[in-house]
Write a protein that binds this ligand. Structure first.
Ligand code: NDP
Length: 340
């Protein structure tokens, strides 16, 4: 018999971010959980995600009529008045930084907030992967790299943010496709992990390395594909080391998310013209109609041991702001997850 709680907890954005997030941007509030109406379910968060998009996305919260921090979670149904959602059903949903949510599955959200999907069959793997390698970051790596970079066997691929949730997967997908993979990450430990355990051919600490020298050493004939997670000057140097007809998938720009004014990137137009580069940004929602295809392939690769997954856990819902700040500061290796 599950004890139905009367109150839930959530984090609201108490003050809009200015520069790097701090604890006083967030406020923990308690709320009453209403009785369920016919057709509704009550879900309880098991694992929650902190992701870089939450930093730039927060500016949209007020426009969207909510101040609850946006975010996804793996949750289970703990009370139900809907026969299609029995007790214990696991779901992955965008219900925000929130312990409990009352959901009416009939009112399917069209945007991100409030949308949810059923959990794919992942056998004995941890359900937390639904927020990482078998969830949105997994599909970001899968579609964002394969569809935009169109890698071929033997291609030289550079990945920034290489030890993070998306980057570590992109590098491994590139290896599966027979590419030579070079990563940039923010510590010597991350670099060692990428080369010794994840299978990158070369990796560099972008905080201490001479970027241009590293690229000339690791890719003397140039780079075919660049999966860009970070933007900023490092990306400019990488683009200038590309081969003719190089392909660039612009996934993120985390080095600029805390900027207070629009980022002025150093000019890179000459490389675009003379190397005839192709650069394309994307949002993973572009592949919504193929969502399960990506998740199934990622599950298969993990089960076959072709993709290694690492997660950095923070225990306790109350620690979400700290986990978010830590993730933005590079404390995480692989996917940053909160275990309630
Ligand atoms: P990560 O797990 O990679 O965590 C963020 C990492 O960013 C940190 O660990 C840190 O690692 C790195 N970082 C922080 N500040 C800087 C900086 N100034 N320069 C370089 N690296 C920095 O997060 P995700 O894998 O979830 O996301 C990676 C990128 O992908 C982000 O830019 C995100 O916005 C983007 N993204 C885009 C999606 C899309 O649909 N386009 C979907 C999902 C993610 P380090 O120690 O190496 O500095």
């Amino acid at each position: 018999m599950i004890d139905i709680p009367k109150k839930g907890k959530k984090f609201i954005l108490a003050r809009h971010f200015e520069g790097s997030p701090t604890h006083d941007n967030f406020k923990l509030v308690e709320f009453d959980i209403p009785d369920l109406q016919e057709g509704e379910i009550l879900v309880e968060a098991l694992f929650l995600s902190v992701d870089p998009y939450m930093r730039p996305y927060s500016a949209r919260l007020l426009q969207e009529g909510t101040s609850t921090m946006v975010g996804s979670q793996v949750a289970k149904v703990i009370a139900t008045k809907n026969g299609e959602y029995p007790l214990g059903t696991r779901l992955v949903g965008y219900w925000g930084w929130c312990t409990h949510s009352v959901v009416n599955p009939k009112n399917i959200a069209t945007g991100m907030i409030g949308s949810f999907t059923h959990f794919p069959d992942i056998g004995n793997l941890s359900p937390s992967l639904g927020l990482g390698a078998i969830g949105m970051p997994g599909n970001t790596a899968y579609f964002g790299f394969l569809e935009i970079c169109q890698p071929k066997e033997g291609d030289v691929v550079v990945v920034t943010g290489a030890a993070g949730a998306v980057g570590s997967l992109v590098g491994q997908i590139a290896k599966i496709k027979g590419c030579h993979v070079i990563g940039f990450a923010g510590s010597d430990d991350k670099v060692k992990w990428l080369v010794d355990e994840v299978g990158f051919d070369k990796a560099y600490n972008y905080k201490t390395a001479d970027w241009d020298k590293c690229l000339k050493e690791a890719a003397p004939n140039g780079v075919d594909c660049y999966f860009d997670n970070v933007g900023g000057p490092l990306s400019t140097i990488i683009r200038n080391n590309m081969k003719d007809f190089g392909r660039i998938s612009v996934c993120g720009s985390i080095s600029t998310y805390n900027d207070k004014t629009p980022t002025m990137a150093p000019a890179c137009e000459a490389a675009f013209v003379f190397k005839q580069l192709k650069m394309e940004g994307f949002l993973v929602s572009r592949w919504k109609s193929r969502w399960m295809e990506g998740l199934s392939q990622m599950t298969k690769w993990i089960q076959e041991g072709k993709i290694k997954v690492r997660e950095t856990y923070t225990e306790g819902f109350e620690k979400m702001p700290q986990a978010f700040i830590d993730m933005l500061n590079g404390v995480n290796v692989g996917k940053a997850i909160i275990k309630v």
